[in-house]
Design a protein around this ligand. Structure first.
Ligand code: AMP
Length: 216
């Protein structure tokens, strides 16, 4: 099964993709994480992507599409994948469809997690992440047991460069502009399903699981 999770930054795509892929054999692939790994490791791709990622802008398609298409060819994605953070524009959606159709495959579902902009600003600006295990916390709604320390692995939490309040607005604007054409693209192909992302994560997982035919 080939599934896409759509939604603005902070909508909960990462949290939901992790839950759903744990309940299935689908590989969880997140382009934001691929970029952050490359930046941390100082690769050539990371060097190219860094100014865009840290400024809250989209990394150019010629870098992003190649990276994603290489990743989906890896063996762990052969039984299917769940994409989180890709596609972010129509060019990316078309490139993915073309690559899949060359192998006789297609996207089965595009799941849109809908959250209002005010709620997203609140979520992103208070978000702290674990550099080691990827756990995500929030100052008000999900604080770690010990301030600044990951509950799972004990690593020191950090605030992503692009979660700083001044960058959050740019990220939301850039992504908002591209979201509607993507929703229309998948809706026109009969693939789009929408869920209300302003409820508790368990309820959202159940809804999403139902839509793709699994129990969560
Ligand atoms: P995310 O963790 O999904 O919010 O992604 C973090 C950053 O990575 C984004 O603000 C972009 O700079 C970059 N990025 C992630 N996915 C894409 C994509 N599909 N196209 C272009 N840039 C991306």
């Amino acid at each position: 099964m080939y599934v896409i999770l759509l939604g603005l930054p902070g909508a909960g795509k990462g949290t939901q993709a992790a839950r759903l892929s744990a309940a299935t054999a689908l590989a969880h692939i997140t382009t934001g994480e691929l970029f952050r790994d490359n930046i941390r490791e100082g690769t050539a791709l990371g060097e190219k992507a860094k100014p865009f990622v840290e400024g809250g802008l989209l990394v150019p398609d010629e870098i992003t599409i190649g990276m994603l298409l290489d990743r989906v060819k890896q063996p762990d994605a052969s039984a299917g994948f769940m994409l989180d953070g890709f596609p972010r524009n129509l060019e990316q959606a078309r490139a993915l469809d073309e690559a899949l159709s060359r192998e006789g495959k297609q996207i089965d579902e595009a799941l849109y997690i809908k959250v209002s902009t005010e709620e997203l600003v609140r979520r992103l600006a208070g978000r702290w992440s674990c550099p080691q295990c990827g756990a995500v916390y929030h100052e008000q709604s999900r604080p770690p047991m010990k301030p600044g320390v990951c509950d799972n692995c004990g690593a020191a939490l950090y605030q992503r460069e692009d979660d700083r309040p001044e960058v959050v607005r740019t990220r939301l604007e850039v992504n908002q502009k591209n979201l509607q054409p993507l929703l229309d693209y998948y809706d026109g192909r009969g693939k789009l399903r929408e869920v209300d992302g302003e409820r508790d994560p368990e309820t959202i997982s159940k809804d999403l699981g139902r839509l793709i035919g699994i129990g969560c």
